[in-house]
Design a protein around this ligand. Structure first.
Ligand code: SF4
Ligand code: SF4
Length: 483
């Protein structure tokens, strides 16, 4: 093209990726996307598209091109961009607290490097618990979620109760939207504890790795191998007190789970769950130490994930609303203009600014993965200690500023020009753990390989424009069955 000749239209900022069947996927900064043929893509970038063609109208509608003045289009894009990033308005709403690192389970992949149930220390004292609540209520966020993580929080139920009561007292003066979640293996749950949790309207998140044999293999107790019967019985007990929708479960994929995704999904449906989050192992704690026994290549996980997703879609088409949570998050980002923060997968990364974790000893870390790393002896991502530092010192530090500024996909090498960037997220702790570098090298990063493959697969399914699959996807986004 001769540069001296006036261009018939202007290109607005976009990124692209060649996907299946010679198609090119184009996305802009706000996540608007379009699939076009390789031939049309060539015409687009050479300014050879006919201004009256359908493809030009479609590109214009998606704010990829404009044949009018550029600045109003940029203003419109800026408004949409602000909407997409609205989760940043809400500073640190997720506050995870580890009341104890002791645990009565012996999960083969324990990523937090739990301590023995009988260990003498590793439990939060009341002074640290009170300071933790004080720090939490300094957060400007209007909504506060306090999530108790382990170890097994029910081994330190007195501290859990103390924190809940302190937080409720503080909230009388702050009037925030306050929620509590207890992440527990449930083996120690009983009616007395449930009566208290019911009064406080608390949610439970437990772990169910699948059917009996698999769950028992992945998650034995220290004193018995059969944890499946106990956890399934306690799930029902919790539901009877708290209500069905206040009890959720998460699964972790070990090597023994591979090849068994359908049975895992069937188990979730059998137990009355309407969602599953297919999670791969994170390289922390015992999962890292025992990787040679229980780990796998991320490519194997991806194959299993896609098969599982196909199966779940089929379950939905056959009439059961059952959501795969990771796909639902990505689909919301791809198909809607809404803002979706998700601590482990957002840009800038959620470390410290969306979620934070307070360890039993008062140490504060930027994420759950950061304290997992600390349990392995590496304190790189410590923000400070509630007993030594003020809220300002913890959250307004050069350390946090520098970390966040290195964790924006928009400027990470490889991500900055990736067409999937509007749907993806950064995690400097994971990069560091995997590659000893907070920036990381995208082409060899497991997280990138996984995210890229799953986003690519979802795009393939969207591009098929199959009415039944579209309805399933929209039912996951809206959380209601669409016939
Ligand atoms: S994964 Fe959780 S329940 Fe299992 S051993 Fe570790 S802390 Fe305990
Ligand atoms: S992590 Fe990978 S898939 Fe995600 S934006 Fe970066 S390059 Fe793209």
């Amino acid at each position: 093209m001769n540069n001296s000749v006036a261009k018939p239209y202007n290109l607005l900022p976009f990124r692209f990726e060649r996907i299946n069947r010679g198609l090119v996927f184009i996305s802009n900064e706000c996540g608007e996307y379009i699939f076009i043929s390789g031939e049309n893509f060539k015409k687009l970038v050479n300014y050879e598209l006919n201004l009256k063609s359908d493809i030009f109208f479609n590109l214009k509608e998606k704010q990829i091109v404009t044949d009018t003045e550029t600045s109003p289009m940029i203003d419109m894009l800026a408004t949409k961009y602000r909407t997409k990033k609205a989760f940043l308005n809400d500073f640190t709403s997720l506050h995870m607290v580890v009341p104890t690192l002791r645990c009565n389970s012996n999960c083969i992949y324990c990523q937090v490097s739990r301590k023995e149930e009988s260990a003498k220390s590793f439990t939060m004292d009341k002074h640290t618990a009170k300071r933790t609540v004080d720090i939490i209520f300094n957060s400007p966020s209007k909504a506060i979620k306090i999530e108790f993580q382990g170890g097994e929080p029910l081994l330190a139920f007195d501290i859990v109760k103390y924190i809940i009561e302190c937080a409720e007292w503080r909230n009388l003066f702050k009037n925030k939207h306050l929620e509590f979640v207890i992440c527990s293996n449930l083996t120690l749950m009983d009616q007395k504890k449930l009566s208290f949790l019911k009064k406080k309207n608390i949610c439970i998140s437990t772990s169910l790795d699948g059917y009996k044999e698999l769950h028992n293999r992945n998650r034995p107790l220290q004193v018995a191998s059969d944890s499946y019967d106990m956890v399934t019985e306690k799930i029902n007990l919790c539901r009877s007190y708290l209500g069905k929708d206040r009890v959720g479960a998460l699964m972790t994929t070990s090597r023994y789970s591979l090849g068994n995704m359908k049975q895992i999904i069937d188990e979730y449906i059998k137990q009355g769950f309407n969602a599953i989050f297919l999670r791969s192992l994170n390289p922390f704690g015992f999962a890292k130490q025992e990787r040679h026994k229980i780990g796998y290549d991320i490519e194997e996980f991806i194959v299993n994930y896609k098969e599982a997703l196909d199966y779940i879609i089929d379950v939905n088409i056959r009439g059961t609303l059952f959501v795969e949570c990771f796909a639902a998050l990505l689909l919301t980002r791809i198909l809607t203009p809404f803002s979706t923060g998700f601590v482990d997968m957002q840009s800038p990364a959620g470390v410290g600014i969306s979620g934070v974790i307070y360890n039993y000893d008062g140490n504060v870390y930027v994420s759950d993965e950061a304290r997992m790393l600390a349990s392995m002896g590496d304190n790189k991502f410590i923000m400070g200690n509630v007993n030594k530092h003020s809220y300002q010192e913890l959250f307004n530090s050069d350390f946090l500023y520098n970390l966040i500024s290195s964790a924006c996909l928009e400027c990470l090498p490889g991500c900055s020009y990736c067409a999937f960037q509007p749907y993806c997220g950064a995690d400097p702790v994971r990069n560091y753990s995997e590659q000893e570098d907070i920036i990381g090298h995208r082409p060899t990063s497991e997280v990138c390989k996984k995210n890229k493959a799953i986003i690519n697969y979802l795009l393939e399914l969207i591009e098929r424009n199959d009415e039944k699959i579209n309805k399933v996807f929209w039912s996951w986004i809206t959380k209601r069955r669409i016939l």
